[in-house]
Design a protein around this ligand. Structure first.
Ligand code: IFM
Length: 477
């Protein structure tokens, strides 16, 4: 287990620890908040289709309405302004801006993002835009199994860069390719719902190639904004000192963390352990031209942190953080619960020390070649409800956010284990409760409570906490 510090930092103490220019923001993704899936000429995404299949989404919900942000974006930006946030990370809905996944931008789809960006600018909030956050057009028959999808992402990036480049502060090419490969193609838990285990690995290379092509397309479009990628990192802990558990922890680290970060930052895939046989052999044969495409100079690296992972050798019952997959039982490792560690509503272990460890691993592994880092997601789900007095008192989320931000700041401070890592900002996942993919509406991650029937927004105690932190920072200057 990782040891967590216990002293709770006040907003004023945390504000004093924030580096100069540190960005405090919130994050969302189109498929999780927009709804309006038939507005204008928008077409279906793989998540619209997946949600319509039987038994895919735990509560049978779908993408059609979610938080209705498409119609309520002005109110939502008003909330961000009330919060005092510096920045907002959102994603473009691929099938809204480019219906059918080919051709130019949709006029109506692009108009929506024009309105969103113009209002963000009037509110003084810096837009961080993700190009691909999981919602591929259904027209790409094999999805990320197909190499051509990489080129499609590059083409879309070029179109978006030309249209919106003058108003976007920072671009994120793709979000969490690890989750897409693991949940979407290896375990069948997310769209498009394949359970291919190690045969899902081509999707790693195609997503990273798409990232590299998107970076180049944005640069060719002359965007003045900064460009990066978002990967999710989970420090991996072996369940025991046995060589078997250590070997499997190293394998999980490889397929969850290194296989995504190494090519982007070092220009090569990590070496596979011998016991894997030829399961990763395809990576040895990747042409050097592809690696050069992936290994683009970046202005920043986006890191999402939620939890550490405890790994043991041997097949398990099929449990993963995002659900139960029969396919997991065919893997040579299993994921265990941390004994005696509190958990979120999702059952994810709450370990701020894991955040410090993730940052430390980034600094140790990539050091000098690591560009400035933004935490592009950090947060937790809890079963929040509006109380009789009309408020939502999410004390567990306040503690989660406070302790995680404190752990990250301490890790990168002089003398900290990740000293030298240039941490530039922290985005809370999420601005508001939203549609949590296969978990539907059952996991609330927001600073703002959303009534999914009426659409009513209610800021939670965590919203007030972040507001206080931002106000305390202004006082400290
Ligand atoms: O909701 C997701 C988000 O879309 C990607 N990162 C993890 C979050 C929580 O599961």
């Amino acid at each position: 287990m990782l040891a967590d510090a216990t002293a709770a930092a006040t907003p004023h103490a945390l504000a004093r620890a924030l580096p100069e220019g540190f960005v405090l923001g919130t994050a969302t993704a189109a498929a999780q908040i927009e709804g309006a899936t038939t507005a204008g000429d928008r077409t279906s995404s793989v998540w619209d289709r997946f949600a319509a299949e039987p038994d895919r989404i735990i509560d049978g919900s779908d993408t059609s309405r979610t938080a209705d942000h498409y119609h309520r974006f002005a109110e939502d930006i008003g909330l961000m302004r009330e919060l005092g946030a510096d920045a907002y990370r959102f994603s473009f809905s691929w099938t809204r801006v480019q219906p059918g996944g080919s051709g130019g931008l949709s006029r109506e789809g692009a108009d929506f993002y024009d309105r969103l960006l113009d209002r963000l600018h009037s509110a003084g909030i810096r837009p961080f835009a993700t190009i691909s956050h999981w919602d591929l057009p259904v027209e790409y028959p094999q999805g990320w199994l197909d190499r051509d999808t990489a080129q499609r992402l590059g083409d879309l990036a070029g179109l978006l860069g030309e249209r919106f480049g003058d108003r976007i502060d920072s671009w994120i090419t793709i979000n969490e390719p690890a989750t897409v490969t693991l949940n979407g193609y290896a375990l069948g838990l997310h769209a498009p719902g394949h359970s291919l285990l190690f045969d899902a690995l081509p999707t790693v290379h195609h997503q990273l190639l798409g990232h590299g092509l998107a970076v180049q397309a944005l640069r060719a479009a002359g965007v003045p904004g900064r460009i990066g990628i978002t990967n999710t990192h989970s420090p991996v802990i072996p369940a025991s000192d046995s060589p078997e558990d250590h070997a499997m922890a190293a394998l999980f680290d490889l397929v969850h963390n290194r296989i995504y970060a190494d090519p982007v930052l070092l220009g090569r895939y990590p070496e596979a352990p011998d016991f894997l046989g030829d399961a990763l052999a395809a990576f040895d044969e990747v042409p050097s031209e592809d690696l050069a495409q992936i290994h683009q100079p970046l202005d920043f690296y986006g890191l999402n942190y939620y939890m550490p992972t405890l790994v043991a050798a041997g097949a398990g019952e099929g449990e993963s953080p995002d659900g139960t997959s029969a396919a997991m039982a065919d893997l040579p490792f299993r994921l265990l619960a941390f004994e005696g560690v509190p958990t979120t509503g999702f059952g994810w272990p709450i370990q701020p020390a894991g955040f410090a460890r993730a940052l430390t691993e980034m600094q140790e592994r990539y050091g000098d070649v690591l560009p400035p880092v933004y935490i592009t997601e950090n947060g937790a789900s809890f079963p929040d409800e509006v109380g009789p007095d009309g408020t939502v008192d999410d004390t567990e989320r306040v503690a989660f956010l406070r302790d995680h931000l404190a752990a990250a700041l301490a890790a990168v401070a002089p003398g900290g284990p990740a000293e030298g890592l240039d941490l530039r900002g922290w985005f809370v996942w999420s601005l508001m409760d939203n549609w949590e993919w296969a978990a539907g509406f059952t996991q609330r991650f927001g600073l703002v409570h959303v009534d999914f029937t009426t659409g009513e927004r209610t800021p939670k105690s965590s919203f007030r906490w972040l507001q206080q932190l931002i106000a305390a920072r202004a006082e400290a200057r």
